[in-house]
Design a protein around this ligand. Structure first.
Ligand SMILES: CC(C)(COP(=O)(O)OP(=O)(O)OC[C@H]1O[C@@H](n2cnc3c(N)ncnc32)[C@H](O)[C@@H]1OP(=O)(O)O)[C@@H](O)C(=O)NCCC(=O)NCCS
Length: 428
């Protein structure tokens, strides 16, 4: 395997009149202020007190004016990104914002260059994010790599039977952080086994943030409740939810997150969520597009789906990233990659699979080559395919990938896609 882009430690240049600086925790208030102006919010005292700031202060950066005013900010999380058959160090880009009076001067562009340089310097071959607006990140080489589906389901929607569901017990409780933070963490982490994109919350702050429930977030609904499905005393599934107070048995169940360890637990959990008194509908929150609920509904039309882009992925180091994930079938292909922002990725890369693991997936080697290209692909589309949720053939039909050797799309599409659809269950 060869190394892609040169490892750089210095930060890139900023537009005239600005400099890119690291932000220590002592500048926390200034940092937060920029995002409040960018995202148009102002937390009240209770919200500030109850919602932990999850930032890693060794990974917070800003664009500062010559006078020392922060004009734009960003940060990243050090994630282990689940990818097909493996996990890859990943910089989870977050808190991106420019003050409205400093926008469209190139500050985001400069911060993205800084983010790429520093991520590569830390040995993170990919970056991932949730996009506030989908039009922002494609220009920087991020590809839309996963979707989630949000269902509105009528109360009482029937489910197909699952053996063992009736043997499980259910608790419906007010949120108790001392109990539910560790319970949610344990089930969430295990529920993602084998699913690309299912990023774990690996710090205490991220775990507590997921269960934060300040009154300002309730939108007239009740405080957060936790439904737990148990086998004996062992949790097998949970839902974080609140019900609205719409009166006349017209309330909604608003689900923040669900996770289940097996089909019986998923069945038991949804059986409860779909039959709560005084409610009329359930809003599922972010589910994988192949979530078990979609297969269990007797009448799929009982659920109205909304498809939303989920993780966006930027491949920062093509050979390292492609060799770090695994493949669904043997493949031997030359990719001609374009990458205007990180030119060391550009050129022809020979990807060839070697051994098949006990899980049935294939390892791969990636080397630079002068052999003729089989497929031409921009790094943005490479990011889109990275989690196994997009097909090269489908991207070629959209004119975004070009087949240079007839017939190669069949094999490369099969190799890059993955049996479980990628999704991240929480946004960061
Ligand atoms: C998105 C945001 C960070 C962009 O910052 P910025 O400093 O104005 O961006 P830049 O000046 O570097 O713009 C770079 C390019 O992206 C484009 N762009 C920036 N924001 C865009 C948006 N929201 N939609 C579409 N294009 C956008 C610019 O037009 C520019 O295009 P060009 O290279 O063709 O000229 C800023 O507008 C902002 O804070 N928005 C509100 C918060 C937000 O959405 N943050 C993103 C969280 S994921």
């Amino acid at each position: 395997m060869e190394t892609g882009p040169t490892r750089m430690t210095e930060v890139s240049t900023a537009p005239h009149g600005y400099r890119i600086v690291e932000i220590p925790e002592s500048r926390k208030d200034e940092f937060q202020r920029v995002d409040q102006l960018a995202f148009a919010f102002e937390p009240d005292a209770a919200t500030s007190a109850q919602v932990p700031l999850t930032l890693d202060w060794s990974r917070t950066m800003a664009a500062e004016t010559e006078a020392g005013t922060l004009a734009a900010v960003h940060a990243s999380f050090p994630f282990a990104l689940p990818v097909p058959g493996a996990e890859v160090p990943c910089a989870g880009l977050t808190w991106v914002g420019a003050r409205p009076d400093h926008r469209r001067r190139g500050l985001l562009s400069a911060m993205i260059d800084t983010h790429f340089e520093r991520s590569l310097g830390r040995g993170e071959p990919v970056s991932a994010l949730f996009a506030a607006e989908p039009a922002i990140y494609g220009r920087f080489g991020y590809g839309s790599a996963a979707d989630d589906v949000r269902l509105v389901i009528a109360r009482g929607a029937a489910l197909r039977d699952v053996a063992g569901s009736d043997d499980l017990t259910v608790r419906f409780e007010p949120l108790d952080r001392s109990v539910h933070v560790p319970l949610v963490q344990a089930v969430h982490a295990a529920a993602g086994n084998g699913r690309p994109g299912w990023i774990r919350r690996d710090t205490t702050l991220l775990r507590e943030r997921q269960l934060a429930d300040p009154p300002a977030w309730r939108d007239g609904g009740e405080p957060l409740r936790v439904v737990t499905v148990l086998a004996g005393e062992t949790p097998r599934a949970y839902a974080l939810l609140r019900r609205t107070a719409d009166g006349g048995a017209r309330s909604k169940v608003l689900v923040r997150e669900v996770a289940a360890l097996d089909a019986a637990a998923a069945h038991r959990l949804w059986s409860v969520l779909l039959d709560l008194d005084l409610t009329a509908t359930v809003e599922s929150g972010m589910l994988a597009v192949d979530d078990e609920l979609l297969h269990l509904l007797v009448d799929p039309r009982a659920a109205v789906p909304k498809l939303v882009d989920n993780l966006w992925v930027r491949v920062l180091d093509v050979p390292t990233a492609l060799a770090a994930r695994r493949y669904s079938a043997p493949v031997d292909v030359v990719l001609d990659v374009t990458d205007t922002r990180l030119p060391a990725n550009a050129g022809r890369w020979h990807l060839t699979t070697g051994g098949q693991g006990s899980d049935g997936a294939w390892d791969a080697r990636v080397t630079s080559t002068t052999d003729p290209a089989d497929v031409t692909v921009d790094v943005r589309e490479l990011g889109a395919t990275y989690l196994g949720g997009r097909s090269f053939a489908a991207l070629a039909r959209a004119g975004l990938v070009t087949e240079q050797r007839a017939g190669v799309l069949q094999g490369i599409s099969t190799a890059f896609t993955w049996p479980l659809a990628p999704v991240c269950s929480w946004s960061f």
